[in-house]
Every structure is written in structure tokens, then in C-alpha cells.
Design a protein around this ligand. Structure first.
Ligand code: AP5
Ligand code: MG
Length: 218
């Protein structure tokens, strides 16, 4: 199964797509995670991406498309993949379609995670990420008071791009560049829309239902 998770910043793409990847055993590919790993590793790609990510702007298409093509060419993607946060522009979507056609593949489903802007801003403001195992928590819904990861005990940090002024810029980029992809995938009849206004477990159940995946232990 080849899947795309669409949705605004903070919609819950990462939370749901990582869990789905564990359950169905196909790789989870988050362009944001790849950029952040490169920023932490001090690579040339990381230095370039940081200039854009720190301002809430999109990393240029040529860089992002090349990076995703390389990742999709790795052997573990032959059994399927879950893209989280890519494509994010029309140009990226067309490049992905061409690349998949060239390599004898296609997208099966696009899951658009839908929620109100007030909920997503709240989720980003209360998100904390573990510096050790990289799990992401919501301070409100996970009831964390000591700022330590309940799984590995490392400290929890706020993502640099979750500051209010950067969230605002990410939302501008989402509405301008990414929202038009909803129509693009409606036209190809691949889009399913999933409500994420409720709890994480409810959102995930909605996703399994939309993909007609039954009998999986959550
Ligand atoms: P990226 O890392 O992809 O960030 P994003 O799209 O802005 O989305 P987030 O990761 O912030 O949110 P999410 O939807 O994954 O939500 P999450 O599951 O964490 O990209 C970062 C930057 O990299 C971009 O701004 C851009 O600069 C660059 N970039 C990346 N891809 C690019 C591309 N293709 N082209 C160009 N540039 C690119 O959930 C958020 C919080 O809510 C968490 O705390 C979670 O615990 C909680 N939560 C999740 N679901 C629920 C739920 N159902 N109920 C309650 N709480 C929930
Ligand atoms: Mg994410």
C-alpha cells in the first residue's frame, strides 16, 4: 500500500502515520523528520533546510523532491510506503506521480486529516518532543507535569518551529501551497478525509475505517 498523509501543521499526520506504519509494517517517511535529523547532524542539507524551517517557509522543491526520490528508491519501499508531509506543493505532487509511474508504482490513498485551526494551534503550542526517543506528546492530553518522557525518561523540548510567529508562517504556507493538493487528489479519486478533532485513538480508528483495514490491534 502506498499512502500519503495530508493536513495542516499539527493536524496529527506524524502521530497517526507512525502508528499505522508499525501496524501494517511499511516504512514511514516524514520529510520534516528527515530535515530535522539533518539539522541535528549538522549536514549541508540540514544547514540549508534550517534557513527555511526556522522561518516557517517550505524548503525549495528541487531539494525536497530529490530527497524523497532517493528515499523511495531504497529497497524497503518496494513493499509500500507512507509519506507524511510530502507532497506539499503542486510541483511536488506532479513530480511524485511522474517518479512513481517511471518506477511502476502509484499512490493508492491520500488521507487528509481535518481539524479546526484553533485546535491545531493549541496542539502545536502544547506539543513537546522527547530529545531521546523523539516521541511526541501533547502536554494536555498526556497529562505530563515533570517535562520528562514517560517512555525513556529523557527531557521533553518544544520544537523550534512551534513558536507562535513561526506557526503563523507555517499556516500561511499551508493555505497557499498545500491546500490546493486537496482538489488535486479529489480529481484522482484517491482522497479520503478523516476528522481529527477528537482523541488520538478516535482519529486512528477513523483512519483504519477509511482504509478499510479491519481486525488490527491498535
Ligand atoms: P513537518 O515536520 O512535516 O511539520 P508540519 O507539517 O508543520 O506538521 P507537524 O509535524 O507540526 O504536525 P503533525 O501533523 O505531524 O502533527 P503531530 O502528529 O505531531 O515539517 C516541518 C517543516 O519542514 C515545514 O514547515 C517545512 O519548512 C519543512 N518541510 C517538511 N516537508 C516539506 C515539503 N514536502 N516541502 C517543503 N518543505 C517541507 O501532532 C501534533 C500534536 O498534537 C502532538 O503533540 C500530538 O501528540 C497531538 N495530537 C495528534 N493527534 C491528536 C489527536 N487526534 N487528538 C489530540 N492530540 C493529538
Ligand atoms: Mg509531523
Amino acid at each position: 500500500m502506498n499512502l500519503i498523509f495530508l493536513g495542516a501543521p499539527g493536524a496529527g499526520k506524524g502521530t497517526a502515520s507512525k502508528k499505522l506504519s508499525e501496524i501494517i509494517g511499511i516504512p514511514h517517511i516524514s520529510t520534516g523528520d528527515i530535515f530535522r535529523a539533518n539539522i541535528s547532524g549538522g549536514t549541508e542539507l540540514g544547514r540549508l533546510a534550517e534557513q527555511y524551517i526556522s522561518k516557517g517557509h517550505l524548503v525549495p522543491d528541487d531539494v525536497t523532491i530529490g530527497m524523497v526520490k532517493a528515499r523511495l528508491s531504497e529497497p524497503d519501499c518496494s513493499k509500500g510506503f507512507i509519506l507524511d508531509g510530502f507532497p506539499r506543493t503542486l510541483n511536488q505532487a506532479e513530480a511524485l506521480d511522474s517518479f512513481l509511474t517511471e518506477t511502476g508504482r502509484k499512490i493508492d490513498r491520500v488521507i487528509d486529516i481535518v481539524l479546526s485551526e484553533s485546535t491545531l494551534v493549541d496542539r502545536l503550542a502544547y506539543r513537546r518532543v522527547c530529545i531521546g526517543c523523539k516521541l511526541s506528546y501533547n502536554l494536555k492530553s498526556h497529562n505530563i507535569t515533570d517535562n520528562l518522557c514517560p517512555v525513556c525518561g529523557s527531557s521533553l523540548m518544544m520544537r523550534d518551529d512551534d513558536k507562535p510567529e513561526v506557526i503563523a508562517a507555517r499556516l500561511v504556507a499551508y493555505h497557499k501551497d498545500t491546500e490546493p493538493l486537496i482538489d488535486y487528489y479529489v480529481r484522482t479519486r484517491k482522497l479520503v478525509r478523516v476528522n481529527s478533532e477528537e482523541k488520538i485513538a478516535d482519529t486512528f480508528a477513523n483512519i483504519l475505517a477509511a482504509l478499510e483495514i479491519k481486525g488490527m490491534k491498535q
